[in-house]
Write a protein that binds this ligand. Structure first.
Ligand code: CA
Length: 706
């Protein structure tokens, strides 16, 4: 079979299959006009409006994927986590990197056509839980749209990258950030934001594609009753909240998932966790707190509420429902249903009727101990009393943890077989209430004492968490609500997935590989060493009849920033970030340069004397203000330098220059002189010195990797 014929067969198969999916009107018109064989685009964030991430291409398939090899690579301009889904339109790839660089690339050759740096102030990164990451652009009618970490929404000419308009979508005095990709539908572009851990109130906005004018805004959390923006989209919403939740923002940020049903003009979006996590502080331990942890359906034109389904009423564990949403038409129990599917952090896989919001099934995809099951009569999880840490007032090891059974890494659907491929993880965290917490800027506001999980001071807890943490690719049979197969990885935080008509599933790993699996069996058919952890989802497309697979490689996100030893289990102790866009094709002839080895000697701090009580105070302050980027126990996860190996700890003057005066603010490390006293800042240094000395005692002298 010639490759051209294979492409035709794939397209014919695709037209048969995709008739039942949510499509653009222009796509269905295509079937009546001559089929353009040469180029197959990846036009929308999830490939189609229903975000299936299924590609109708089979030139690369189970028989020949072993010949898949590098066609080209492009070095990305920022060595932080790379999470973007590239779009490909008419042979041109549009993508973003960390720090919001935007670029256009010849999708066949890798030549850069233009690039644009929106000059995001580096200091903004302290508002971002999860690093200066970005998940990509939207494209429509020759215009690109993208959000920036500092809250802007940009419209750019796709031809040359020139800026058409820019609007600020947030109050810059608040701790909002944008990491998600916008979506465009008709004359509107939709964008949300993040920041729940830092005390914001979530919303989704629709802007005019031509002018950037705000058309509508949907608040997921009620406002202060006296606030003119305190309007609730649904009258009953406020009655589900108690107390002065607005002092903490309430959370409910819309930081990632959206999907569109273009037949009914319905926009679906996923809503994040509560702020703070502890519901005693947030809502006096009362009420469901709509629309936290919910899937919300609105009229895409007006923003008017249609329905919502709350996956975790009175959310308390950072169980966001911002995870990837897929729309599809599937046969369930012999009946054709228009469904919406999501695997949120809380460990269940939900199938809903996307027209009515009716719950069709909710089955656990990992061991879950916070709830026994979801009651299908009420649609509510039956929460185990032990998991209610705000009542029990003792540390409770809850599974899944705030890392989720599934985080932002997109899943994909094999449309022909009704199988969803989910980047899944088993995780656990000891939740312990901290009731007296007050809102503080530049610190996470959880109402949960993270010291209960401090690595590695209590080796019992850390060992429990480490042994409970696993990562795997799960093939989930939707109709039968059971696993078809699963493949285990060394640890958690592996990449998003891609499904193709070539019966393949592609996924990158934290440990630095891109893999292709047989969709039916899970057999690993191909691998490529990417030299860095891959968290982004691959895409596929064809140009001039040739199929390509692309992934944005670059280790990062909250897991390597915050979890130190767990991240090392996943990515290795020598993990680092070498960010590149990698593109593969059959018989590609490009090669990567040799991997750059990074090594560092542990600074000798043996002559520095420490005061035990100051070390303990420093540990507590570190856990509140520093741990989100510098890792539990100050153990580096391969994205920012491991502080135990930093020579900055040797000099008090250098330490103060950085922490009090912002000497490294241009690299994102801002001054903390307003939030922390001089004494706090010095005690953090003593804690890091103690961690350095522990590493020395463990025989760690040279570190390979960041
Ligand atoms: Ca969160």
């Amino acid at each position: 079979m010639t490759s051209r014929f294979a492409g035709l067969a794939a397209l014919v198969a695709a037209l048969l299959v995709t008739g039942c999916f949510t499509q653009e009107p222009s796509r269905s018109e295509t079937s009546a006009t001559p089929i353009k064989l040469d180029n197959v685009d990846w036009k929308f964030h999830g490939n189609d409006r229903g975000e299936t991430r299924f590609a109708e291409l089979s030139q690369i398939n189970t028989n020949n994927v072993d010949q898949l090899s590098l066609a080209w690579s492009v070095d990305l301009p920022a060595n932080r986590g790379q999470e973007a889904t590239p779009l490909v339109v008419d042979g041109v790839m549009y993508s973003t990197s960390a720090w919001n660089h935007v670029f256009a690339i010849d999708a066949a050759t890798g030549s850069i056509l233009w690039q644009y740096d929106p000059q995001v102030p580096k200091a903004v990164v302290v508002k971002a839980c999860c690093g200066p990451v970005n998940r990509g652009v939207a494209h429509a009618d020759g215009v690109l749209y993208t959000g920036t970490l500092d809250g802007r929404l940009l419209a750019m000419n796709a031809q040359d990258g020139s800026l058409l308009w820019s609007v600020n979508t947030v109050d810059s005095d608040d701790q909002y950030t944008i990491t998600g990709a916008p979506r465009v539908f008709k004359d509107k572009v939709f964008i949300g934001n993040g920041g729940a851990e830092y005390g914001v109130r979530g919303y989704l906005s629709a802007y005019d594609t031509q002018t950037g004018e705000l058309i509508w805004r949907f608040y997921t959390v009620p406002g202060n009753a006296g606030d003119p923006t305190g309007v609730e989209p649904v009258a009953a919403q406020r009655a589900t909240w108690s107390g002065q939740f607005w002092r903490f923002g309430g959370g409910g940020t819309v930081w990632d998932s959206m999907a569109l049903d273009t037949e009914t003009d319905t926009l679906y979006f996923g809503v994040g966790n509560g702020s703070p996590w502890n519901p005693n502080i947030r809502t006096q331990g009362e009420g469901d707190n709509w629309f936290l942890s919910s899937i919300v359906a609105v009229d895409a034109n007006s923003g008017e509420y249609r329905w919502h389904y709350q996956t975790t009423p009175m959310e308390a564990w950072d169980f966001t429902a911002t995870q990837h949403i897929i729309l599809a038409d599937l046969v369930l129990n012999g009946v054709q249903r228009s469904v919406l599917m999501q695997a949120p952090k809380n460990g269940f896989f939900y199938v809903l009727d996307r027209h009515s919001g009716e719950l069709l099934s909710a089955e656990p995809i990992v061991p879950v101990n916070w709830a026994s099951h979801v009651d299908m009569a009420t649609g509510r999880p039956v929460v185990n009393d032990d998991a209610k840490y705000w009542i029990t007032e003792k540390p409770t090891l809850v599974t899944p943890s705030w890392m989720g059974a599934h985080n932002w890494h997109p899943m994909s659907l094999d449309t022909e077989n009704g199988v969803v491929y989910i980047p899944t993880q088993e995780t656990a965290f000891p939740y312990f209430a901290e009731d007296d917490q007050q809102p503080t800027s530049l610190a996470v506001n959880l109402g949960v004492d993270t010291k209960a999980a401090t690595f590695p001071d209590d080796s019992g807890i850390i060992n429990q968490i480490k042994s409970a943490t696993k990562g795997f690719l799960l093939a989930w049979d939707v109709a039968n609500s059971k696993p078809l197969w699963k493949v285990e990885y060394p640890g958690a935080w592996n990449g998003g997935t891609l499904s193709t008509a070539g019966q393949l599933v592609f996924q990158g790993s934290a440990a630095g590989y891109l893999y292709a699996y047989h969709a039916a069996t899970g057999e690993r058919l191909w691998e490529f060493p990417t030299q860095t952890g891959v968290v982004a989802p691959p895409v596929t497309y064809s140009v001039n009849g040739q199929q390509y697979v692309t992934v944005s490689a670059g280790w990062g996100g909250i897991f390597p920033l915050m979890t130190g030893p767990l991240a090392q289990d996943s990515a290795g102790e020598d993990a680092s970030n070498t960010s590149r866009l990698l593109t593969f094709t059959l018989s590609g002839d490009a090669e990567l340069p040799a991997k750059i080895e990074i090594s560092k000697a542990l600074p000798d701090t043996t002559l520095l004397e420490l005061d035990e009580s100051r070390v303990a105070a420093g540990a507590a302050t570190f856990d509140r203000f520093c741990v989100n980027c510098h890792g539990a126990g100050a153990v580096g996860g391969g994205v920012v330098p491991d502080l135990r190996y930093s020579s900055t700890i040797l000099s008090l003057d250098t330490w103060n220059a950085i922490l009090s005066h912002g000497a490294l603010k241009d690299r994102g490390m801002v001054a903390y002189s307003e939030e922390l006293s001089e004494d706090d800042i010095q005690s953090i240094r003593e804690y890091i010195i103690e961690r350095n000395q522990q590493a020395r005692a463990e025989g760690k002298v040279i570190k390979y990797g960041l």
